[in-house]
Structure formats: C-alpha cells, structure tokens
Design a protein around this ligand. Structure first.
Ligand code: NDP
Length: 399
C-alpha cells in the first residue's frame, strides 16, 4: 500500500495514471500533478477510481517541495519533460522521497542529453538513504531490462547490442510526432552516435540506414542509426559490449517533412525576434503540430521494439532477438492512448511497483539494468507488454 505522486499529465502521464489505478493493492493512493491542472482533471475523470490532482510548476523547486510535503508520497514518478528532472530530484532530496523518471536530463538551451548530470546525484541520494530509478520507459527502460535478461539467461558474454525501435503505425496526419514534438525533434535531428571498441563514433544525422525484416507480419522496414541515451548506461554497466547501436524506423513522409522544416529553420532552438517578441522556432512548431495525445483515436498498426544481441554462450557464438509488439488500437481501447505513450507508461508503472514492493531496492541513482530483470519481465507479461524471444533462424541477419 503506497502513495505515488505523478508529475506530468501528457500522453505518458495519462497512461501511467491509468496503469497505477489498475493496481490498487500497490498504488493505494494516487496524486497527479502538472503545469495545467485541467489536464490532470480530464485524466482523473476517465478513471473508475478516485485520485487527487494538483497544479505545479516542477521547475520551481520550492513549489515542488511544498506539494510533496502536502501530498506525502512514498515515490515521485516524473513523466513531465527531461528539462524538469534535476529540479524534481532536488525536491525529492529536500523532502526525503524516492524518485523515478523515463528520460534523462536535457538542458533546455542545448539539444544534448547524457547521464552525467543525474549520475552526479549518486552521493546525495546515498547520503539521504534514497533511491532514484532512471529511464523506466521502453527505450530507455525495457530495452535495458531485455539486455540484462539476455545476459542473465542467454549469454556468458555480450559482444554486440542493436536496439531496434519500429513504429509501424499510421496516424493519417501529414506530419506529427508520437511523443512531445520538441523532445522528439531535438532527439532525431542530432548527430548519430554509436559505440565500438571502447570509442564513441559519430555520423551525420540519419545518414546511415539498413533494412530490417520485422517479425509477426510487420515485414521489412528501413531503420536509421541514431543516438539514444540507454547506450551510455548499457556500455557502462556491461563493459564487455564491443559494439552498441540504436536504430529507429521513420517513414519517407516523416523524413521529407523534417528535412523541409530543418531547411527553413523551424527546428532551431535559437531564439528569434518576431514582432518584438523572442520566440524559439521549435517551440512555435510544437504549438502548431498535432498534440501527440490527440493521435490516440487516429493511430492504427503496431510497434515492435526489441534488442538483437550477439555474443558467446558455453563457448559458442550465439545470436538472440527479444521484442515486444504493441497494437495502437488495443492501447486506445484500454487507456485512451496510442502505443508510444503506452509502451512508456506501462514500464514507468512497473518500475514504481518494483521500488514500492521492495523487489528493486538500493540507495543512490540507478539505471534499470543494475537490478534483477526477472520480476520486471514477469510484470511486463501481466500488464500489457508481453515479450517474445524470436525462435526463427537469425543466422542471415546482417546489420
Ligand atoms: P507531453 O508533452 O505529452 O507531456 C508532458 C507533460 O509535462 C505535460 O502535461 C506538461 O504540461 C508537463 N510539464 C511540462 N513542463 C512542466 C513543468 N515545468 N511543471 C509541471 N509539468 C510540466 O510528453 P509525453 O507524455 O509524450 O512525454 C513525457 C516524458 O516521457 C518525456 O520526458 C519524454 O521524453 C518521455 N518519454 C520516454 C520514452 C521512453 O521510452 N523512455 C518514450 C516517450 C517519451 P502542459 O500540459 O502544461 O504542457
């Protein structure tokens, strides 16, 4: 029996609130707080259970501290934006409450993300006897747990890791992003980066692609190499990994729109003066693009996110592929969101459940792969994200 304070009432906040509400034996009390309280109230109205809601600017640490003192949660579950991470961690330290998020910190004025800022909180969380769990979404999150599972069950040594994220869904809009447009476009337009033989190697944005034949009827799709945050923690915690890469599918339509928007400066985060007012083009673009939350009823098709791993087991070479398939329309029927928010919100709830039930405990700042993957894998199957270990022939796969 525990009380959780969820921060952020966007696409992911909505799913995580629905999923926590489905597990009253652990999440006996839920408070959902965000910058715009009416969004919290709209989510609360969809639930069969009563939850409380509140308004908070999570960048204002004293305001966050006051809310935590009033709500008295056992855990703060942060599904606002990456910009808020450090402020919410500061408020947790000030009030003595555990912390969880789904994306690592990013400074608003620089399109850069890395774990250093949050790993630097290690000593402060340890000294207070508190736990912070970082990146409990799908990728990062489940992909880290898949890697830990592969290491525990299938490999003596992992040599290569390819995380492959496919959204084979269609929302019918000319151009839209499936999660926060500002964060999504910042991520996609940065330089590609991967890890090989102890070094980080860079590529031009989305310049490297391959074709991957996805299972269960999804079929072949172009996958593009890009940098993703879980690579940093995974090669740190599994130093045996010789090559770690992240790939994502994009439709030609998405890439064409993005190219034009970039070409005319609409994805820039440099402020420009417009009629006497300073505006950031990317933030303006976000304001005119469809709200990812509105794509829920429109999106059809499935996602397929997984890890393709090679290495050694009992002295022999081995290739292994583990994935989840998630259906956009089924997610909408269950929690009124599309699969991107669903595949993030479910693992956020499970990560919180691991902490609150004592299955995953420790003091300090942790990434998902540092804990025993088994209880988490078991809960994925129970709470809507069943995983599959590919049983077909993988010998022909060349990436
Ligand atoms: P949305 O933009 O839909 O929602 C963000 C929410 O945070 C909004 O309700 C917003 O409020 C609120 N918010 C923003 N700033 C503040 C603030 N200062 N104080 C309080 N609330 C604030 O984003 P998503 O739901 O799509 O994404 C949420 C998080 O999940 C992001 O960090 C994203 O990077 C992460 N993510 C992780 C994935 C993974 O697999 N690990 C995949 C997808 C997303 P308002 O409505 O007023 O703007």
């Amino acid at each position: 029996m525990a009380k959780v304070l969820i921060i952020g009432a966007g696409g992911v906040g909505s799913v995580v609130t629905h999923k926590c509400a489905q597990v009253p034996e652990v999440f006996s009390e839920i408070c959902l707080a965000s910058r715009t309280k009416s969004k919290c109230d709209a989510i609360a109205a969809q639930l069969k259970r009563k939850i409380s809601t509140a308004q908070v600017d999570a960048d204002n640490v004293p305001e966050m501290v006051a809310l935590i003192k009033q709500v008295k949660p056992d855990l703060v579950l942060n599904v606002a934006l990456p910009y808020q991470d450090l402020h919410i961690m500061d408020a947790c330290l000030a009030t003595g409450v555990d912390y969880l998020d789904t994306a690592n910190y990013e400074p608003p004025d620089e399109a850069k993300f890395c774990y250093k800022w949050q790993w630097d909180y290690q000593q402060r969380f340890q000294e207070k006897g508190l736990m912070a769990l970082l990146g409990s979404g799908f990728d990062p999150g489940v992909t880290n747990v898949f890697t830990a599972w592969a290491k525990k069950k299938h490999f003596d040594e992992i040599h290569t890791l390819d995380i492959i994220d496919c959204n084979a869904g269609d929302h019918g809009q000319p151009f839209a992003t499936n999660f926060n447009p500002e964060i999504n476009i910042r991520e996609v337009t940065q330089r590609g980066k991967y890890y090989e033989n102890g070094q980080w190697l860079e590529t031009e944005p989305l310049s490297r692609f391959e074709t991957f034949d996805f299972p269960e009827g999804i079929g072949p799709k172009k996958i593009y190499l890009m940098y993703h945050e879980e690579l940093e923690s995974l090669v740190h915690h599994f130093p045996e990994i010789r090559r770690g890469r992240f790939w994502m599918t994009f439709s030609d339509n998405y890439l064409n729109h993005l190219k034009v928007l970039e070409g005319i400066g609409m994805t820039s985060i440099e402020p420009v003066n417009y009629q006497g007012q300073e505006i950031i083009p990317l933030q303006f673009l976000k304001a005119v693009l469809p709200d990812p939350g509105s794509l829920g009823p429109l999106t059809k098709g499935r996602t397929c996110i997984g890890c393709l791993i090679s290495g050694i087991k009992d002295g022999k070479k081995k290739v292994y592929y583990i994935y989840n398939i998630c259906d956009h329309e089924a997610c909408y029927r269950e929690v009124k969101s599309q699969a991107i928010s669903y595949t993030t919100g479910v693992p956020a709830m499970i990560g919180a459940l691991m902490m609150l039930t004592g299955k995953w405990r420790g003091t300090g700042v942790f990434n998902m792969e540092q804990f025993d993957p088994e209880p988490f894998m078991e809960k994925l199957n129970l709470h809507g994200l069943p995983w599959v270990e590919y049983a077909g022939d993988l010998s022909g796969i060349k990436l």
